[in-house]
Design a protein around this ligand. Structure first.
Ligand code: GLU
Ligand code: ZN
Length: 304
């Protein structure tokens, strides 16, 4: 059987400029793709309009370019993909897996217990026919454990029904959920390998559930250690992590490579020297499994 062609991607949310944490995800996914003679795509995850910062998509693409990343095919924007998300939702509805939920935030706070990633919705509205057009739509999550082998984190197992509960596919304000969008887009773009930060590790079992219900192939997953700030918090646009400097690509690239465990004996002098060195030097095995450890144990009770 012919090996599946490698198709990787980097999928930033344009809620602000790229920071060091997103550079690490971009670099890890890029080097893993190129070292497997694969192709690398960029997708702008602007599915949630209130989170999009003006000008951020273009700034992200310009910064990636300045750093020497080269993507193939055209950049896909989630804001243009509503028809595909609607179609997937319709398919789920026909399978009897979608229901409307009219619970208020306050009601949710009263009925939900805390799970791996926020409140676990107990399925209160499942049996209620809700014709309210302003309702959120939830997936009726099938019972049972999801187990998958992560390229970096090892075997991960999670019972989504009890750890996350029936999650939202489309919000009451009609915005499609990230979980639905990412699954539909990875499948539509033929993505075979998802390399991203371990902050998304608890989301992956939900993505695998959706892939199974929709009859889509699951990509291979590799979750990279998360870059933490001095307080042990994930660097993020919400915590106003400093943007990476588009004018000093070499420094950022070398630091991101070092974060991913690459040892640099003779520091490259130019970005193109960096890329010449980095692609053949990349090895998943060099990633330090203890990096970002506090993140994993602190917030991922998905048992492995
Ligand atoms: N858009 C997500 C983020 O910027 C990444 C999603 C993914 O890689 O699946 O955190
Ligand atoms: Zn409800």
């Amino acid at each position: 059987m012919a090996a599946q062609p490698y198709r990787g991607r980097f999928a930033p949310t344009p809620s602000g400029p790229l920071h060091f944490g997103s550079l690490v995800a971009a670099l890890g996914s890029y080097l893993d793709a190129l070292s497997h003679a694969g192709i690398w795509l960029v997708r702008i995850e602007d599915v949630d309009p209130p989170r999009n910062a003006p000008g951020a998509s273009d700034a992200i693409l310009r910064t990636l370019e300045a750093y020497g990343f080269e993507w193939e095919e055209t950049v896909q924007y989630q804001s243009q993909r509503s028809d595909a998300y609607r179609e997937a939702l319709e398919q789920l509805r026909q399978l009897g897996r979608v229901y409307a939920c009219t619970c208020t935030r306050k009601q949710l706070a009263d009925i939900a217990r805390r799970g791996v990633d926020g409140p676990v919705y107990p399925g209160t509205c499942r049996a209620r026919p809700n014709l309210d057009h302003a309702a959120a739509l939830r997936l009726h999550v099938p019972a049972g454990r999801i187990v998958f082998a992560d390229g970096q984190q090892g075997l991960v197992a999670c019972d989504v029904a009890t750890e996350c509960g029936d999650f939202v596919l489309q919000r009451a304000d009609s915005v499609f959920a990230y979980h639905l969008a990412v699954v539909v887009d990875d499948a539509a773009q033929g993505v075979s390998h998802v390399v991203r930060g371990a902050d998304l590790l608890t989301s992956t079992p939900r993505h695998i559930i959706l892939q199974r219900v929709l009859g889509l192939d699951a990509p291979n997953y590799l979750h990279l250690p998360v870059v933490l700030d001095e307080h042990g918090k994930k660097l993020s646009k919400q915590t106003l992590a400093a943007p990476i400097d588009a004018r000093a690509p070499l420094t950022g690239l070398i630091q991101a490579a070092a974060f991913l465990g690459m040892s640099i004996d003779h520091p490259p002098q130019t970005p193109s020297e960096f890329w010449e060195w980095a692609v053949p030097a990349w090895s998943r095995r060099r990633i330090d499994p203890l990096r970002g450890r506090r993140w994993r144990t602190g917030s991922n009770p998905c048992k492995s």
